[in-house]
Write a protein that binds this ligand. Structure first.
Ligand SMILES: *[C@@H]1O[C@H](CO)[C@@H](O)[C@H](O)[C@H]1NC(C)=O
Ligand SMILES: *[C@@H]1O[C@H](CO)[C@@H](O)[C@H](O)[C@H]1NC(C)=O
Ligand SMILES: *[C@@H]1O[C@H](CO)[C@@H](O)[C@H](O)[C@H]1NC(C)=O
Length: 309
C-alpha cells in the first residue's frame, strides 16, 4: 500500500480516521479488476472485492453509522463507481497513450480533528507513485507527477457534478459517518491491552558483535515507543521493525541494536505505551545472569553477616 505523510493530517490529536483504499489492476485493454477495503484507525472494518458488489463488514460495529437502506444505496453507488472508474481510466489511457499493464491506487477518507472539525483526503497513485489529489474543490497534480497527470486533472476538473459530490462526501458524509462508528465501536477502539516484552540475541552481525533484540507483543492500540537505552541516553543505532498484527487484533514489534559484545552490559530496552499509564517497561540486557547471580549474592551477604555478627 501507498503510505505517505498525508495520512497524518491533524494527528496526534485525531480521534478517528476512516481510510478507504482501492487497488485497480489493468492487465490489458479488456481485463481489469478493482478491490477495496476501509479501515477505521488501524482496524480493518470493511472489504469489497471485485467478484461481488456487496460490502463485507469485518467488525460487529461496522454496520452502524448508516441505516440498512443507506448501505444498499452505497453499494449501488460503488457498483456504478467501479464501472465508471474502469471506463474512465481506459479512456485516459487511450487519450494519453499510456501502456498496459498498470496498477492504480486510491486512498480517500477523513479524520476527525480537535474542536469538532475534520480533514479529508483523496489521493490517486499510478504504479505506486502519487499522481493527483483532490484539494478542497479541485483536482491537483502531484508535484513530481508525469506531465500527463496535469492534462488528466484539467479534464477531471471540467466535471462540476462529480466535484460537488466529492466535496459533499468528503466534507459532510465522511465525518458524520466516522462519528457514528466511533460511538458504536467505542469498546473495541478504546481497548487498552498492555504489552509483554522480552529480550533475546539475534544472529551475531559480525565477530565480537551482538544483535540485541527487544520483542514487544500483544499491545493495543498500535502506537508504541520502544528504544534501546544506556541509562537515560537513547541509543542512536536502535532499529525499529514494522509493527505487525496478531490474529487477535493486538500488535507485535521487534526493535534491535547492533553493538560490540563488550559494550552490551548496561544497555536496556524501554517500552512506553498508553496502556502502561506512564509506567514504562524497562528490561536490562544481561538481567538473566544477574537474576542467577542474585541468590548467590544473597548467600554471600548472609555468610558475611553471619561471620561478622
Ligand atoms: C488480458 O489479461 C488477462 C489477465 O492477465 C488474460 O487472461 C487475457 O488473456 C488478456 N487478454 C488479452 C487480449 O491479452
Ligand atoms: C460537530 O459537528 C457536526 C457537524 O459539523 C454536528 O452535527 C455535531 O452536532 C457537532 N458535535 C458537537 C459535539 O458539537
Ligand atoms: C469542502 O471543504 C473544503 C476545504 O477542505 C472547502 O474548500 C470547500 O469549499 C468545501 N466544500 C463544500 C461544498 O462544503
Amino acid at each position: 500500500w501507498l503510505e505517505l505523510p498525508w495520512l497524518k493530517l491533524c494527528a496526534p490529536l485525531a480521534r478517528g480516521r476512516l481510510q478507504c483504499l482501492q487497488v485497480s489492476v489493468f492487465a490489458n485493454r479488456s481485463w481489469a479488476r478493482t478491490d477495496g477495503l476501509a479501515r477505521l484507525g488501524e482496524l480493518q472494518a470493511y472489504s469489497w472485492s471485485d467478484g461481488s458488489d456487496a460490502i463485507r463488514f469485518l467488525r460487529p460495529w461496522a454496520r452502524s453509522g448508516f441505516s440498512e437502506p443507506q448501505w444498499e444505496r452505497l453499494q449501488q453507488i460503488l457498483r456504478v463507481y467501479r464501472r465508471s472508474f474502469t471506463r474512465d481510466v481506459r479512456e485516459f489511457v487511450k487519450m494519453l497513450r499510456l501502456d498496459y499493464p498498470f496498477e492504480m491506487q486510491v486512498s480517500a477518507g477523513c479524520e476527525l480533528c480537535p474542536g469538532n472539525t475534520s480533514e479529508s483526503f483523496f489521493h490517486t497513485a499510478f504504479q505506486g507513485k502519487e499522481i493527483m489529489s483532490f484539494q478542497g474543490t479541485h483536482w491537483v497534480p502531484a508535484p513530481d507527477a508525469p506531465s500527463w497527470a496535469g492534462r488528466a486533472t484539467k479534464e477531471l476538473n471540467q466535471d462540476q457534478g462529480t466535484r460537488k459530490t466529492l466535496q459533499w462526501l468528503l466534507n459532510d458524509t465522511c465525518p458524520q459517518f466516522v462519528r457514528g462508528l466511533l460511538e458504536a465501536g467505542k469498546s473495541e477502539l478504546e481497548k487498552q491491552v498492555k504489552p509483554e516484552a522480552w529480550l533475546s540475541a539475534g544472529p551475531p552481525p559480525g565477530p565480537g558483535r551482538l544483535l540485541l533484540v527487544c520483542h514487544v507483543s500483544g499491545f493495543h492500540p498500535k502506537p508504541v515507543w520502544v528504544m534501546w537505552m544506556r541509562g537515560e541516553q537513547e541509543q542512536r543505532g536502535t532499529r525499529r521493525g514494522d509493527v505487525l498484527p496478531h490474529a487477535d487484533g493486538t500488535w507485535y514489534l521487534r526493535v534491535t541494536l547492533d553493538v560490540a559484545a563488550r559494550e552490551a552490559a548496561g544497555l536496556s530496552c524501554r517500552v512506553r505505551h498508553s496502556s502502561l499509564g506512564g509506567q514504562d517497561i524497562v528490561l536490562h540486557w544481561g538481567e538473566k545472569e544477574l537474576g542467577l547471580g542474585f541468590p548467590m549474592a544473597c548467600i554471600f551477604l548472609l555468610l558475611i553477616l553471619l561471620n561478622h555478627p
